[in-house]
Design a protein around this ligand. Structure first.
Ligand code: TYM
Length: 349
């Protein structure tokens, strides 16, 4: 069966979003909403897989869910065009994740590098939810039979797992899938990762070998979408660099992670290629480039924070948008989940 093209993606409501989320994923989300049916989720069920101190407890979680929703809209997602909602309001995510817990193999999950990173040395003490996290992520996507998933580079392995789960489900239940009318035996599509642009892996401003992340203890390592203009400028001024001038060709960036990162950020923010940025700044010192980058970042990020603040002034409206999005998401996922139940062999009324 040829599946209708449908986009799904999500972000975790733990702390505020940063430039990595924006350049690695959000810019693609915004583009895709012009051409595709898009479903964008605030993945609150994923947020609680980490220790409660990480996501801050119930009061903080509610605030983060609304804040990430405000960020989605402030960045340019239109709740009329795209479906915007929070995961826990649509029960099919958790239901399908359970079925996938029984499809995915321990060996597959044991290979997940993000679990190893997040669990750290004390693996025995990590939650079962953190371990099974990629199964829930596969359920998020496949509950809608989404075909395209725009994400940053760090989610690639999880998407490969989602493809493996789709394939194994199709194999395990082949006879009942065919009986349900799928002549080619394909119940779930193979979702394709969409990992594009010059900033699919934005690195820390303090260390070009580490990913920019919410969990970095140094706030100077990242630009938050809520940072004030002077803070954005200061963080870029303080960003680590090396002593050489900028190269004129992209090849010259290899082995220079901090330079590569800042040039990639500039290219993504101004929507031009890395080559184009180097043709303008190559041969120059970092000081001049950083000044231009700070101005650009303030120009792009500043209005997002201001708009988020405005939106957060009307929490009831944010909740209404989430409720409307959840109803639309549920209308798509429910019939698919009903079919999953039939195919697996559950009795339902
Ligand atoms: P999360 O919340 O960590 O990140 C949200 C999105 O931002 C991207 N991203 C980055 N891109 C470039 N450079 C960076 N430094 C950077 N940091 C984060 C991520 O790749 C992601 O696209 N597991 C997911 C959320 C999720 C999901 C899904 C995504 C749950 N279910 C289904 C797609 C489909 C996550 O934790 O993303």
């Amino acid at each position: 069966m040829a599946f209708k093209e449908r986009v799904f993606s999500g972000m975790q409501p733990t702390g505020s979003l940063h430039l990595g989320n924006y350049l690695g994923a959000m810019l693609q989300w915004i583009k895709l909403q012009e051409t595709h049916e898009c479903i964008y989720c605030v993945v609150d069920l994923h947020a609680i897989t980490q220790d409660v101190e990480v996501w801050g407890g119930p009061v903080e979680l509610k605030k983060s869910i609304r804040q990430v929703t405000a960020a989605y809209i402030a960045c340019g997602l239109d709740p009329k065009k795209s479906v915007l909602f929070n995961q826990s309001q649509v029960p099919e995510h958790a239901e399908l994740a359970w079925v996938f817990n029984c499809v995915a193999r321990l060996g597959w999950l044991n290979r997940m590098t993000q679990f190893k990173e997040k669990a750290g040395k004390n693996r025995e003490n990590a939650s079962v939810g953190l371990y099974a996290y990629p199964n829930l992520m596969a359920a998020d996507i496949l509950a809608y039979r989404a075909t395209h998933v725009p994400v940053g580079e760090d989610q690639k392995q999880h998407l490969e797992l989602a493809r493996d789960i789709a394939q194994k489900f199709n194999n395990d239940f082949k006879p009942s899938i065919e009986q349900a009318g799928y002549a080619d035996g394909i119940f779930f599509p193979q979702p394709e990762p969409v990992i594009t642009g010059p900033a699919t892996r934005v690195m820390s401003l303090r260390d070009g070998t580490k990913k920019m992340s919410k969990s970095d203890p140094s706030d100077l390592s990242r630009i938050n979408l809520t940072d004030e203009a002077d803070v954005v400028a200061k963080k870029i001024q303080k960003a680590k660099t090396d002593p050489e001038p900028l190269p004129s060709e992209a090849d010259g960036l290899s082995g220079r992670p901090e330079a590569e990162n800042l040039v990639g950020i500039y290219a993504a923010l101004s929507n031009v290629s890395v080559e184009k940025v180097l043709s303008e700044f190559g041969g120059g010192q970092f000081s001049g480039f950083k000044k231009a980058l700070a101005e650009l970042a303030v120009e792009k990020v500043g209005p997002i924070g201001a708009e988020m603040n405005r939106l957060m002034g009307d929490v009831a409206e944010i909740d209404r948008i989430l409720c409307d999005g959840a109803a639309r998401a549920h209308a798509i996922a429910k019939p698919i989940m009903d079919e999953v139940k039939d195919v697996v062999g559950f009795v339902r009324s």
